[in-house]
Design a protein around this ligand. Structure first.
Ligand code: 13P
Length: 248
């Protein structure tokens, strides 16, 4: 049985003090959560959040990292730096990074390989734009994103990754994909992994849905056969809402 995972992508929100306060509010609400709980604050908030989450069941992820070990890469953060802090997960290839910061399927693949080599669990984001959905290429596009992200990833490593299906048109718009749309693409992703590796690997991979997940729709989404939780933006900034999602 796969574990359901509720991950909060805080994006560029919360100062370190605010982040600490949010963990203090959230921790008691999710202490018995059914789902694995991960929060992903900005890089500058990571030390405060790791500290605040100590002794709780909240795991901490980063929103990005670079694929080189170290060196002259101004502004970037390495896997070792994250690990040294106590970070366990890292979101890679979020559509906002692809759109505003020129991430490509190839850089996402390099980052996935580095994260796995170092022992960080990547949360790999894929998903189509509204235009691509209307062109009828959602399945092809998402399959391509998954295949490139997993180039040179071994079957044993592939079992451990988390993939988040996030249709771009559903992010921050309040326009959630229907349960059927979300389940259909998550199943497409699982079938793709079955073809790439084996159905055994595909059955192990956690596939989340993301895009306007909230306290009112999470239970139905997470109940789908191929949806193993959610990557949550806006609603993860409110302890009360995120705790409902974490318990869905
Ligand atoms: P929202 O939940 O705010 O739509 O954001 C989703 C998202 O991008 C999570 O990574």
């Amino acid at each position: 049985m796969r574990q359901t995972v509720a991950a909060g992508n805080w994006k560029m929100n919360k100062t370190p003090s605010e982040a600490k306060a949010l963990i203090a509010e959230l921790a008691p609400l999710v202490k018995d959560a059914k789902n694995k709980v991960i929060v992903c604050p900005t890089a500058v908030c990571l030390p405060a959040v790791v500290e605040a989450a100590k002794g709780t069941n909240i795991l901490v992820g980063a929103q990005n990292m670079y694929f080189e070990d170290k060196g002259a890469y101004t502004g970037e953060i390495s896997a070792d730096m994250l690990l040294d802090l106590g970070v366990t997960h890292v979101i890679l290839g979020h559509s906002e990074r692809r759109q505003y910061f020129a991430e490509t399927d190839e850089t996402v693949n390099k980052k996935v390989l580095k994260a796995l080599e170092k022992g960080l669990c990547p949360i790999i984001c894929v998903g189509e734009s509204l235009e691509q959905r209307e062109q009828g290429i959602t399945a092809d596009l998402v399959r391509m994103q998954v295949k490139i992200a997993l180039q040179n990833v071994s079957a044993d490593q592939a079992k451990t990754v988390i993939i988040a299906y996030e249709p771009i048109w559903a992010i921050g718009t309040g326009k959630t994909a229907t349960t059927q749309q979300a389940e259909e693409v998550c199943k497409t992703i699982r079938d793709c992994i079955c073809e790439l590796y084996s159905c055994d690997v595909a059955e192990s991979v956690i596939i989340q849905y993301g895009g306007s997940v909230n306290a009112a729709n999470s239970a139905e989404l997470f109940a789908q056969a191929n949806i193993d939780g959610g990557l949550v933006g806006g609603a993860s900034l409110k302890a009360a809402d995120f705790s409902v999602i974490a318990n869905s």
